[in-house]
Design a protein around this ligand. Structure first.
Ligand code: NAI
Length: 723
């Protein structure tokens, strides 16, 4: 018999066995080799001592209940060790199944986060009681890492709640529920306020259900809502196929597809066969590139970014107490809300108190909506609003130890608003600008303390967008960078750090995507195909509709400014094939985008997009040779990836993790790629494969696709892009 090293067996005098998950070598319990041995040992002992056992409770001695699979191992699984991974998974599942079918009541007392493997242990229990601990989350988020829950997660959720609910509520979105929301959605049976209450409830279930069984182990069991082989199923089927279609949009996202297949196929066979089907679909995912990309980005890179890999070392954290937000327009209003939500006092200033009050109304609207949906309480709403002071008077900024400026995009105006307040705010206050295009170094020339001046580039809508791009100007000090980083973390956003340059990192790189799409229109490619190529690459926004939203005059303005800057420094301006298309759209056809009522699309009187403008096909005629669809897709992806490498070369980017996370969370680079640089790492044939393909695209479409020296060098040395 193997020994249990990570699960303690604690049996009371009434015969209730508490299995305490407690890996002595790690801060959290994970599905490692020790757990595999321990759960097998526990199952053996439970079978051997069955007569003296009245019931079983799983709980944990750690802060989290169970952390799931070990991603460090999972990212390394390739075809060569897939069988081993499969066998380990099967062994753990068999042990859980033996306990589940022992004939005794089994309860999960979920004392903290139970995500992935943790919730799968809970699913292998007859009853689930969750402790309502702050920050605790329950669910199966595997899909967000390009995987599926193969510890029985698909098989059991389908049998617990029916195919449709299992897919929509748990499997396809990977939603992480708070214990209360988990209760509302049927993921757990009870919620407890304290650990004692949780264990009492677990014991009460055992007392009341001495013969408990899983519903699916009871004779005559049917999957709720039916299965595809049952004629009633179609009638009960809600909207999930259309939901899934929206989510996939043709992008190479194998996880949702495999989850759907495992759920549907598994629903038509017996329980044990369903487990095998689920495992087979998992193996296909875990050995593939997309899961590796997504684990790299959403686990390793995200952790590195948020834990401060790009924050200067050795600078103590200093909390901001009171923030001044200058400009209460769209961005300022959102920034004020995000700060106040994090408990920070905000003084929201505009040209008049009325204008500022309008900005504050934005918070009111968001809060009223949250209130009507039960997401906040009246008291919380009032407290948050009380933290925002709307004013037109600079004197009200006294005591502010940080400023975030969000007035119109105009250097002189930005200089003026900082000058107006610099003697009123705290003498060492952090000075931030939310400019989207103006160089931070130039803006810093307008303040007395350039070392305390930094760019904080938020994305719109601020309350929803998770990313903030921090931009270091030439004279920005480390202290300011550390404080800006801490402020962004305090408002629960993800900070990436870049050096100053035109368009910084995000705006510059997304510009490449848009230019490439527009250039194809100029080459006579069917506009609908351009949009389709963006969607099928996995971009959340189609390229021409995005250009319309941003307004076609904007790239013109940026282009002219950039050209001037390049020529002033003695450089030559190469331009881009999209320039001519934009010029014709604006000057000749007077179609500047959605705000002007006409762009690549047509709009009705309410500003709603109706259809692509038929004039595009008439005025931009088709070239002789057809462009393969794969080229259309890769031109967009490559243009962004290649420019990101140039950002690394130019020291605009300093961290690979920041590049990957910034591209996915800030500018919609397709998540399946793992981000702009991971896309290159994971490209077929690795870096050499990517270089070869870039050269091919350069040959066909122009020198902008030529691989930068850094990329070629790394490919030759056999390296990849990693921090
Ligand atoms: P907006 O036009 O909605 O708001 C600007 C606000 O500044 C107005 O309420 C205006 O009354 C106020 N203002 C003008 N002069 C002022 C003064 N002297 N003192 C105080 N307030 C004054 O503009 P939006 O979209 O909020 O943009 C603000 C800044 O954020 C710009 O620098 C923009 O480039 C940047 N940004 C915009 C993004 C967007 O998606 N709109 C994204 C990221 C950055």
């Amino acid at each position: 018999m193997t020994e249990s090293t990570t699960i303690r067996w604690e049996q009371d005098e009434t015969g209730v066995v508490t299995l305490v998950l407690d890996d002595p070598d790690q801060s959290a319990n994970t599905m490692n080799q020790a757990f595999k041995d321990s759960i097998a040992a526990v199952a053996d002992r439970a079978e051997a001592e069955k007569d003296s056992i009245r019931g079983i409770i799983y709980t944990s001695a750690k802060k989290t209940f169970f952390a799931g699979g070990d991603l460090k191992d999972m990212i390394k699984v390739g075809p060569e060790n897939a069988q081993q991974a499969f066998d380990t998974g099967t062994a753990i599942k068999n042990s859980l199944r033996r306990i589940e079918t022992l004939g005794k009541p089994v309860v999960a007392a979920i004392n903290g986060a139970a995500l992935g493997g943790g919730y799968e242990i809970a699913l292998a229990s007859h009853h689930r009681v969750a402790l309502d601990a702050p920050g605790s989350r329950i669910g199966l988020p595997e899909v967000t890492l390009g995987l599926l829950p193969a510890g029985g997660g698909v098989t059991r959720t389908v049998r617990l709640m029916g195919i449709a609910d299992a897919l929509l509520k748990v499997l396809l979105q990977g939603t992480q529920y708070t214990p209360r929301r988990a209760l509302e959605n049927g993921l757990v049976h009870e919620v407890a306020a304290t650990r004692e209450e949780m264990l009492e409830k677990a014991r009460a279930f055992i007392d009341a259900n001495p013969e408990s069984q899983q519903p699916w182990d009871v004779k005559g069991y049917r999957i709720p809502g039916g299965t595809p082989s049952n004629p009633k199923f179609a009638a009960n089927l809600p909207a999930f196929p259309s939901n899934l279609k929206k989510q996939l949009a043709g992008a190479p996202m194998p996880a949702p597809r495999n989850i759907l297949a495992a759920a549907v196929e598994g629903s038509q066979v017996d329980f044990e066969t369903a487990l095998t089907i689920e495992a087979r679909y998992f193996t296909e995912l875990v050995t593939g590139q997309v899961a590796k990309n997504m684990i790299q980005a959403f686990f390793f890179d995200l952790q590195a970014v948020n834990s401060g890999a790009s924050r200067p070392k050795g600078i103590e954290e200093r909390q901001v107490n009171k923030v001044a937000v200058l400009g209460a327009g769209m961005m300022g209003a959102g920034i004020a809300y995000s700060c106040a939500r994090a408990g920070i006092e905000v003084v929201l200033k505009d040209v008049s108190t009325e204008a500022a009050a309008k900005g504050k109304e934005y918070s009111e609207k968001l809060l009223d909506k949250a209130l009507s949906r039960g997401r906040t309480t009246e008291a919380e709403r009032d407290e948050l609003l009380a933290r925002i002071t709307a004013t037109g008077d600079p004197a009200d900024l006294a005591g502010c130890d940080a400023v975030i400026e969000a007035v119109f995009e105009d250097t002189a105006l930005k200089h003026k608003v900082f000058q107006e307040i610099q003697d009123i705010i705290e003498p060492d206050a952090l000075l931030c600008s939310n400019t989207s295009t103006l160089p931070i170094t130039v803006l810093a020339e307008g303040v007395e303390r350039p070392a305390d001046f930094i760019g904080l580039h938020f994305f719109s809508p601020v309350d929803k967008m998770p990313l903030v791009e921090i931009i270091k100007g030439e004279r920005t000090g480390d202290e300011a960078l550390a404080r800006a980083f801490d402020l962004v973390r305090r408002i629960k956003k993800t900070p990436i750090v870049v050096n100053d340059s035109r368009g910084f990192f995000t705006s510059r790189v997304i510009g490449q995507f848009i230019n490439e799409g527009v250039a194809m229109v100029g080459e006579g490619v069917e506009p609908a195909s351009v949009e389709q190529a963006a969607a099928q690459s996995g971009y959340p926004a189609k390229v021409l509709s995005l250009m319309d939203e941003l307004t076609l005059t904007l790239p013109r303005k940026i282009r002219n400014e950039t050209r001037r800057a390049v020529e002033e420094t003695g450089g030559t301006w190469a331009g881009h094939p999209s320039d001519a298309v934009i010029d014709r759209m604006v000057d000749e056809f007077e179609r500047p985008g959605r705000s002007g009522g006409a762009g690549f699309y047509e709009y009705d009187e309410n500003g709603r997009r109706t259809r692509l403008w038929p004039g595009l096909r008439e005025h931009f005629t088709k070239s002789d040779s057809d462009i393969p669809f794969i080229d259309m897709k890769e031109r967009m992806l490559f243009s962004e990836a290649l420019d990101s490498v140039r950002c690394l070369e130019e020291n605009v980017l300093v961290s690979v993790a920041d590049a990957n996370i910034g591209s996915i969370m800030g500018i919609g680079f397709p998540p399946w790629t793992g981000g702009v640089l991971q896309y290159i790492n994971g490209y077929e044939g690795g870096l050499p494969g990517f270089v070869a393909r870039a050269r091919e695209l350069a040959e066909r479409y122009g020198d902008r696709f030529l691989p930068p020296a850094l990329l070629v060098e790394k490919a030759e040395k056999g390296e990849t892009f990693h921090d």
